[in-house]
Ligand binder design. Structure first.
Ligand SMILES: *[C@@H]1O[C@H](CO)[C@@H](O)[C@H](O)[C@H]1NC(C)=O
Ligand SMILES: *[C@@H]1O[C@H](CO)[C@@H](O)[C@H](O)[C@H]1NC(C)=O
Ligand SMILES: *[C@@H]1O[C@H](CO)[C@@H](O)[C@H](O)[C@H]1NC(C)=O
Ligand SMILES: *[C@@H]1O[C@H](CO)[C@@H](O)[C@H](O)[C@H]1NC(C)=O
Ligand SMILES: *[C@@H]1O[C@H](CO)[C@@H](O)[C@H](O)[C@H]1NC(C)=O
Length: 411
């Protein structure tokens, strides 16, 4: 058994700096938009979730959320908390993209599973479908991957996006989300991702996670280090670090309250109170680097705020995540923006205004290497880049670095 060190809320992994790059980023590519289809996967899974106390009836404010988490998420001894078995079949909304060029070793062999973070959805990996007039695939990770011969499958996490929204306390928790991810990876390997008929049994699966998705990526690499039972062959963790202090400070600022009250989307009206809505406008300062300094396109931020409302659940927040050492021996790449305040600030709102993750071996992000003592470990820290790694002007270089890493590791 692993010691069950709790990682409260989210843990985001941090990494090193661009000066210490082991890889030379590729010149920005100009891939054509990939050929993709949107799908609904029907996924059967079971897990031992945490037996969380009920959420207060009729409470929709953020102060109640803070009190609830304060009472149910003690930093000590999670292993003594009671658990409940949950199982069922859930609809997972997904987008499958085919390789846009053929690379012999990858064709029908390698797929990348892409998992978004908190207050986001699968479109994080597709440049939000933002209609960019000059450079349509500028922020599109999947387009870059398919242009290098990889297939991709991006999913909405359970309780997020267009996936099923079951009970937000008992069902939508980290352990069940993990189980769903493992089922999807196993099904990609054995060619049974019903009802998709994705025409392949993939030999290799690369799991790529952003932010909260990187916590899932990390946990999978701890629990299934041999690639067994739904483990992957390589992991890319983005916008994360050992102990992301900034996050807890910011969660309270960015949560509006229950989605049934604060989210304008009609689909949110009937959600139980344990579904929360976020204020993207409140997150904006923390998610992006400076518009004034020309580090991000203001129009992309405006587009995201206008087009997207995102739910998340109290169960996701309250369930602990493993942050122990992984025995995984394959490739692990950590990529975090140098100015990611959620990852590298000192845990206070004042400290969150600016952040410098540092560069090189001494940087916050490189420290992640110590929890991957056996892996082929790499770090990439793009300068002038914030938490939304895929939406800054450095995105093309970052995508290039990720795929250079995979290439070097024969994936
Ligand atoms: C795991 O998280 C806890 C709580 O945030 C922290 O104190 C501890 O240092 C972390 N352990 C590792 C190995 O990162
Ligand atoms: C919740 O609100 C409804 C309608 O206002 C009321 O009937 C019910 O008693 C309230 N429940 C609690 C636990 O306050
Ligand atoms: C945690 O709880 C378990 C079960 O109640 C107990 O055996 C263990 O000693 C506790 N550990 C600590 C560090 O308190
Ligand atoms: C494929 O993997 C899934 C998920 O683990 C499993 O439910 C199914 O039975 C497997 N099918 C075959 C034919 O191995
Ligand atoms: C965090 O950083 C801010 C801004 O630099 C500073 O004012 C504050 O004292 C720091 N807090 C801690 C606990 O280090």
């Amino acid at each position: 058994m692993h010691s069950n060190t709790p990682l409260i809320l989210f843990s985001f992994a941090l990494i090193t700096s661009s000066n210490a790059l082991p890889y030379t980023p590729l010149a920005p590519p100009t891939p054509s938009p990939p050929s993709c289809k949107d799908l609904t996967l029907s996924i059967t899974a079971s897990a031992l979730n945490w037996d969380l106390p009920p959420y207060p009836a009729n409470a929709t404010d953020v102060a109640t959320l803070g009190r609830y988490l304060g009472q149910t998420v003690p930093a000590s001894n999670f292993s003594s908390k009671p658990k409940i078995k949950v199982d069922g079949t859930w609809e997972i909304s997904a987008r499958y993209c085919e390789p846009s060029i053929k690379v012999k070793e990858r064709e029908g062999e390698v797929v990348q599973l892409l998992l978004h973070g908190f207050l986001s959805n699968k479109l994080y990996w597709h440049g939000l479908d933002y209609p960019n007039p000059d450079y349509s695939t500028q922020y599109d990770y999947a387009a870059h991957a398919t242009s290098q011969g990889y297939a991709t499958l991006s999913i909405d996490n359970l309780g997020n996006g267009e996936s099923s929204h079951p009970d937000p306390l008992k069902i939508v928790q980290f352990p069940l989300q993990q189980a769903i991810i493992r089922t999807i990876i196993s099904s990609l390997r054995n060619g049974t991702l019903n009802p998709v008929n994705i025409p392949a049994k993939f030999e290799k699966v690369v799991m790529v996670g952003h932010s909260y998705g990187a916590l899932h990526t990390r946990e999978l690499s701890i629990v299934n280090p041999k690639g067994e039972d739904g483990g992957a062959d390589a992991y890319i963790l983005t916008s994360t670090a050992l102990n992301p202090l900034g996050l807890s400070a910011i969660v309270s600022q960015a949560t509006a309250g229950s989605a049934s009250v604060f989210d304008t989307a009609p689909s949110s009206k009937d959600l139980p109170n344990g579904y929360m809505a976020g204020k993207l406008s409140a997150w904006e300062t923390y998610l992006y680097p400076s518009v004034e300094r020309g580090e991000v396109d203001e129009k992309v931020i405006e587009f995201e705020k206008r087009e997207f409302a995102h739910t998340f659940t109290v169960g996701e927040l309250a369930s602990p995540k493993l942050n122990t050492t992984s025995e995984f021996e394959g490739p692990v790449l950590v990529m975090t923006g140098r100015n990611d305040v959620l990852v590298c600030s000192n845990g206070t709102i004042a400290g969150a205004a600016i952040a410098d993750c540092g560069v090189g071996k001494e940087g916050i992000i490189a420290a992640m290497e110590k929890v991957y003592p056996r892996a082929r470990f790499g770090v990439y820290v793009p300068d002038r880049t914030g938490h939304m790694l895929n939406f800054g002007y450095s995105a093309a270089e970052t995508f290039g670095a990720a795929h250079m890493f995979l290439e070097e590791n024969r994936l």
